[in-house]
Design a protein around this ligand. Structure first.
Ligand code: NAD
Length: 283
């Protein structure tokens, strides 16, 4: 049976360190780091994510500013709000919860956020910096996964790594970060052929595709480390990942559960990035 990689445990440890660092920052600067989170529309999942981010900020001592807009808001109004937040010295990090309604261009919104306050690391300037290994912020989910692998002593250097899913927020940056750690990475996606051959040859498998229980035991090399990013509901309405946990955990050496694996690390890394942004802006 695989050892559980617990995002809850690692996240709690990192948050306790963050509480101390933020208290120290407050002593030195006379104020808390500030994070503005903008949510547009009434998507229930987005509301839950934003509420969780707000609670996490309170938990470590970050001032959280929640800005809510109805579905009908214009792109221009949102962009002007971002300009205002870019100029506001109380705000160190800005995050716009995605997806946005169809009348608003995500590309324009992401590019309007000042790269110095882009704690999601989605701005093209930050993405470029990550590509060349000269960055301040790392995107929250892949960076959280690297923290998990480090905490559990998983060696990346020299290992074959399969990343399944090539989104801009998870798959692509995950492949870059594993490459930076000297992993030999295969980035797989919906058009990949012979996926099973690739995964069976991989020591570390990261799955981020949004397909319930997609990765099955017959696709996993015995002893591999399996990281499940997916968040899905199965036919019975239960929250499950992209990995068929019950059977893959019989083959893998280590595995993340859903929930309690990658999810908590994503939010904790956002908190870490906000403190880092505050420190850089106060230099
Ligand atoms: P996405 O939904 O934007 O894209 C899906 C990707 O999966 C695409 O690159 C596609 O090519 C690939 N894909 C789809 N079917 C495939 C198949 N059969 N074989 C191989 N590749 C296939 O991706 P995303 O935004 O990274 O989200 C992926 C999942 O991760 C979702 O369930 C999402 O909710 C979850 N997620 C979780 C967290 C977290 O903190 N736990 C963070 C971000 C995303």
């Amino acid at each position: 049976m695989a050892e559980l990689i617990s995002g809850k445990i690692v996240s709690e440890k990192l948050r306790s360190e963050l509480r101390d660092e933020i208290a120290e920052f407050k002593l030195q600067c006379g104020r808390c780091p500030g994070l503005a989170v903008i949510v547009v529309g009434s998507d229930p999942a987005s509301k839950v994510y934003v509420r969780n981010k707000h609670k996490a900020c309170l938990d470590v001592g970050i001032e959280s500013y929640q800005i809510e807009y109805p579905d009908g808001i214009s792109e221009e109004e949102l962009l002007l709000k971002i300009d205002e937040l870019n100029a506001d010295t109380k705000i160190n990090g800005i995050l716009v919860q995605l997806p946005l309604p169809n009348n608003i261009s995500e590309k324009k919104v992401i590019e309007r956020i000042s790269p110095d306050k882009d704690v999601d690391a989605f701005h093209p300037a930050n993405v470029g910096r990550i590509t060349i290994g000269n960055y301040s912020f790392l995107p929250c989910t892949p960076s959280g996964i690297i923290s998990l692998l480090d905490y559990y002593g998983v060696q990346i250097s020299g290992k074959n790594c399969a990343v399944i899913g090539r989104s801009n927020i998870v798959g692509k940056p995950m492949a870059l970060l594993l490459t930076e750690r000297n992993g030999t990475v295969t980035l797989c996606h919906s058009k990949t052929q012979k996926l099973k051959e690739i995964t069976l040859n991989s020591d570390i498998i990261v799955v981020a595709i949004g397909k319930a229980e997609f990765l099955t035991a017959d696709m996993v090399k015995p002893g591999a480390v399996v990281i499940d990013v997916g968040i899905n509901r199965n036919d019975e309405g239960k929250l499950v990942g992209d990995v068929k946990f019950d059977e893959v955990s019989q083959v893998a050496s280590m595995i993340t559960p859903v929930p309690g694996g990658v999810g908590p690390m994503t939010i904790t890394t956002l908190l870490k990035n906000t403190l880092l942004a505050a420190k850089i802006q106060n230099k």
